[in-house]
Design a protein around this ligand. Sequence first.
Ligand code: SF4
Ligand code: SF4
Ligand code: FES
Length: 887
Amino acid sequence: MTIINVDNKDYEIKNNYKNILEICLSFGIDIPYFCWHPILGSVGSCRQCIIKRYNNRDDTIGHLIISCMTKVKNYDFISTKDKESLNCRSKIIELIMINHPHDCPVCEEGGQCHLQDMTVMLKHNSRRYNFYKRTHKNQYLGPFINHEMNRCITCYRCIRFYKDYAGGKDLGVFGSSNNIYFGRLMNGKLENEFSGNLIEICPTGVFTDKQYSMHYARKWDLQYAPSICNGCSCGCNINIGERYGKIRKIENRYNSKINNYFLCDRGRFGYGYINSVNRNRIPYINNNPIKSIDLAIDYSADMLNTANRIIGIGSPRASIESNFALCTLVGKKNFSNGIEKNELECLQLILDVLYKGALPSSSIIDIQYHDIIIILGEDITQVSARIALSVRQAAKRCSFNIAKKYKISEWDINSVNNISNGYKNPIYIFTTNKTILDDIAYEKIICTKKEITKLGFAIASFIDHKSPKINFKSFNNKNKKILLKFLNNLRCSKRPLIISGCSLKYSLILKSAYNISRAFKFLEKKGSIILNSNESNSIGVTMLGGKSLNWAINKLITNKADAVIILENNIYRRMKSSSVYNALKNKKIILIDYQRNITFDNANVILPAATIAEGNGTLINYEGRAQRFFKVYEPSYYRTGDLTKESWRWLHALNIAKKNCKLEWIHLNDVIKVCSKYNPIFRNILKLSQFKIKLSRLPHRFSGRTALNANIQIHEKKSPKDIDSKFTFSTEGYNCSEIAFAWYPGWNSPQAWNKFQNEVGGNLYAGNPGIMLINNCNKKNELAYYNNNIKYEKNKIWQIIPIYHLIGSEEHSVSIKKPYIMISKHDINLLKLIPGSKIKAIINNLELNIIIKSTNNMRNGIIGLPCGIKGIPVESFGMCFNFIIKK
Ligand code: SF4
Ligand code: SF4
Ligand code: FES
């Protein structure tokens, strides 16, 4: 235990590896700072955190120190309030502000600006410098981020995040002395998948949110709710900000196990679908808008009562509650979870591994502490980006271990980087195409999915002879060498990690990944496994059970079912369009969705579903962690006649109308209670909603509340009530437990998080929201090794692989990319094609007008097609087809 005396008060410290700034902030003592960041460490460039240290209790003179660059020692005597350090800090802020444009009233950072907060904290309020300010030109940085370089205070946080932490290559620092420029070499979109974090990293308004700018409202004028990103299966925590029934921005919500301080750009900017003017906000019957819930429900119930057999198609993007409500309505034997069969096979396997696997699933933050990682078949940055950011940190982690030997603290990031000389932990990547993480790969192999599988099985069998064997002779020399290298590295490793997933929809890859994890256990390594699922609730809906989408389509095509309820699922994106079209032809269709998709025009009844911003519900991420998202606003409060409801409410209403029984589910928890009887694993979700006090959705300074609806009625409209959560639609209530927005007196920027953590960078006071449904440590009947039964096609035909993009490959974002086909250079020459030209090609009997792209990073005989882009036949992914070019 270390004792530190700050401003004449003794504090006990458990973590004496932290610097004095971090320690003081953890005790709630405000010291101004700019360049330090809990994750990026200290570089001592801004000097704003200067305080005074005394040699002992009797020392009355002391000396100034940079608190972020100073280790704590036992019986340290510190003053943050003595005259000399106060004076020094006020001179520093004056210097920092010399070139700053002082444009707070028109700056979008105003009201959430760390520079503003620190300037106020330091009481700097008058300007003595009367000369010209240094000015810069701004750059176009793409659709997400605005650039206003004159506001820069040269703290270097942006570059330390973008380049050093996130691996970005296209943001740099140019110039010298007091003329430093942070930008790109030339105008252009920031390429890194985490560029949006610059908005929160930059302590002033240099990088601001361009999307937010298009419908801007001050931070304190937004209504917030804690939510979960539904962009992928990571389950990153977010706060959604709304005003006038429109989502204005998404902020990172700190979770020490998942996203920590950072989100990917899909999660931060991918909310346009919620605001879409195309959304259906009232029911439709046979394409006619209906203004009555009762009418829509009665009509639907009558329609269902005349059907011979109703099936339900659920969704991996809908909440557990909504999927369960559908399952209850149609019955277990008629419920499909809406997932294509190959993907479902992968998900069922993932669930088996979660329940009974040899090693635990790693949380995103824990990934960083593994010392060797092998990735099989995934371009993880494009499918679950936050995992990839942690893999990047794992590669760099050995720097910290080297530094530790020299007693260099982790926060002393420049020393850490210098001493480690860029040495990285080994990352092995075996994929079908190049990946964003290739720059940190120690070794990579580009091959077919079957070869990846073989390599996986081979590794497992090398480690543990009980694992099914693979003929080593069939590998080429290069691959043999890489495998041997991996085994060598593994010998020195303490914590290996294997990552694979559903991207290629090939369960054998997952089986080989599992075998590797089991072999790690055989070596008695404290390893982990991540088997990634693609969508926000893929694991949740698989836990519920249900049959594949193929089963449902088959039942409809063969007329074994004549009515179908489709829940939040654009099934055209999952299966061959013509099969889906034939399946839905002349059927009774009820569609419950918030997106206007292709099924919309053919449905008999359309019921407007709430998005993640308009409803409460539960999602389960890739590791089996259940998390609640909360309604940000009540749609009918702003739009009279808006009949948007959570899907489970529509489905339950339909169920009771159909069966002519009494309403049973009023609260969200009523659904989960019944669901827990169905599968006890869900029982713990109830713990997520226990609350005694109310928390506010509106910041205390929210303005114009009484006038929000003044254009409709001058009397203030009664605030709606949220019967399912602890959050009020008002400023009443506390705001410091499950945080709807990061704000604390004097701390208006995202730096306010330090006021809600046990220690800076540690857990939140009330613990992380969410609950693990599967106990990783208590596994009975451990899964045995999977058999290697890879089948090979005899004829040489083309194999189609999906290429994922962060924006455009999932259902909520629209890609501006044109359909393209990626072929190896060798095959392009063989087929006499010209890269960049457009061709007509036939794949699986489907004619495509498509642009040719050439690559050095794909095996011959493989065709890459972008996943999620309109016009691309999804059913072809992972299959082998003839590829015919039409002249
Ligand atoms: S742009 Fe922002 S983050 Fe980068 S150095 Fe300037 S003030 Fe710091
Ligand atoms: S990694 Fe996934 S869950 Fe996290 S912000 Fe990105 S899309 Fe959302
Ligand atoms: S925060 Fe300590 S020098 Fe910048």
